[in-house]
Design a binder for this molecule. Structure first.
Ligand SMILES: [Zn+2]
Length: 344
């Protein structure tokens, strides 16, 4: 188990946020270790091999470092390359669609104070529309809302509700009708998956009106770090490729004329924090060949699998009770939320 980050200086990485070349390696993986995070070779050998080969292809090399920028604190995968369609198809059985979340509520409350009830809203990576369904027609009309979403299921749910949904990468949306069209843009748990950040902000600037608002949520870096250094899940590329903090938003905002107006970190109660953490420990152990968790993860019978997973989580909880104290002294909410305002 990794208790500390490696912190070896490297000169070969360039920070995607602030362009600094000064960074330290936190940890490194090869394509097989990365693939094992998503699909274990014990559970599905062929899919594991395909995934490992595809990750190597994406990286154009066999290894990847997770580095931290010395200047802005951004942690990023080097090479900084996002997963593509093929990666997500191989890595995940099915997509998970979040329901109404903490960051949705904060945005909702911020939008309640909008002067006009006629604002144009874009949500990038809208899942099955949980957020926009709470916004329209409540705060603005359905026809004022546009979503992007790649999954067919999600897109269909959004369209059935009466909201326009594009299955395009937002960086490729060039339709003249959307030029300086949006007052509000939302990206929940999306930007940590994305490379080509300059192109993203160039597009956001093109799509939005002067003084537009941008609402972003990303994982809480403290939560990620705690998990990685206490035997929980690793924040594995090429799913997540960037670990954002407040300064990252300030720096990239400064470059593209957006100002950080509000910044919040989610709070969590101890019990839900602990339950999630011990699940992370179990899931991490599932990736390790020969462990009890790894054997449980190979059970095909759904009822037995469910039961044994509970047993497994209990087993690893008891084995790792000593972490409970550290857990109770940390602020380990899952997410951060930021409101940025376009300067002009
Ligand atoms: Zn940086």
């Amino acid at each position: 188990m990794m208790k500390n980050y490696q912190l070896t200086p490297t000169k070969v990485a360039i920070c995607p946020i602030c362009n600094s070349k000064s960074a330290k390696i936190l940890w490194s993986v090869d394509s097989s270790q990365a693939a094992q995070h998503y699909v274990t070779k014990e559970a599905d050998t062929q899919r594991f091999l395909n995934l490992a080969a595809h990750i190597k292809e994406l990286w154009k090399q066999n290894t990847c470092d997770i580095v931290q920028c010395d200047d802005c604190g951004f942690c990023y995968s080097n090479p900084y390359i996002a997963g593509d369609d093929k990666f997500y198809t191989l890595a995940y059985e099915r997509s998970h669609y979040p329901t109404w979340k903490w960051e949705h509520q904060l945005t909702y409350e911020a939008l309640l104070h909008e002067d006009s009830k006629n604002f144009k809203l874009l949500e990038i990576g809208a899942g099955d529309g949980a957020f926009v369904k709470g916004i329209a027609p409540n705060l603005t009309s359905l026809e004022n809302v546009v979503c992007t979403e790649f999954s067919d299921y999600g897109k269909e749910q959004i369209q059935n509700y009466g909201i326009k949904c594009l299955s395009e990468d937002i960086r490729e949306v060039k339709a003249e009708v959307f030029k300086e069209y949006f007052d509000v843009v939302c990206m929940y748990q999306v930007i940590e998956h994305m490379d080509r950040l300059d192109t993203l902000f160039e597009s956001l600037n093109w799509l939005t009106k002067p003084h537009a608002k941008l609402f972003v949520s990303v994982p809480n870096p403290k939560h990620v770090e705690f998990s990685e250094l206490n035997g929980g899940l690793m924040d594995m590329p090429p799913n997540h490729i960037g670990r954002w903090n407040k300064e990252c938003f300030e720096r990239i905002g400064k470059h593209w004329d957006w100002q950080v107006d509000r910044f919040e970190i989610e709070k969590t109660d101890f019990i839900s924090g602990a339950i999630l953490f011990y699940k992370y420990i179990f899931w991490r152990k599932c990736q390790e060949s020969g462990t009890l968790a790894n054997k449980i993860s190979q059970i095909k019978n759904p009822h037995l699998s469910k039961l044994m997973r509970l047993v497994g989580i209990g087993f690893y909880t008891l084995k790792n009770l000593s972490t409970m104290k550290a857990l109770s002294s940390e602020e380990l909410g899952l997410s951060q939320w930021v409101l940025m305002k376009k300067i002009n």
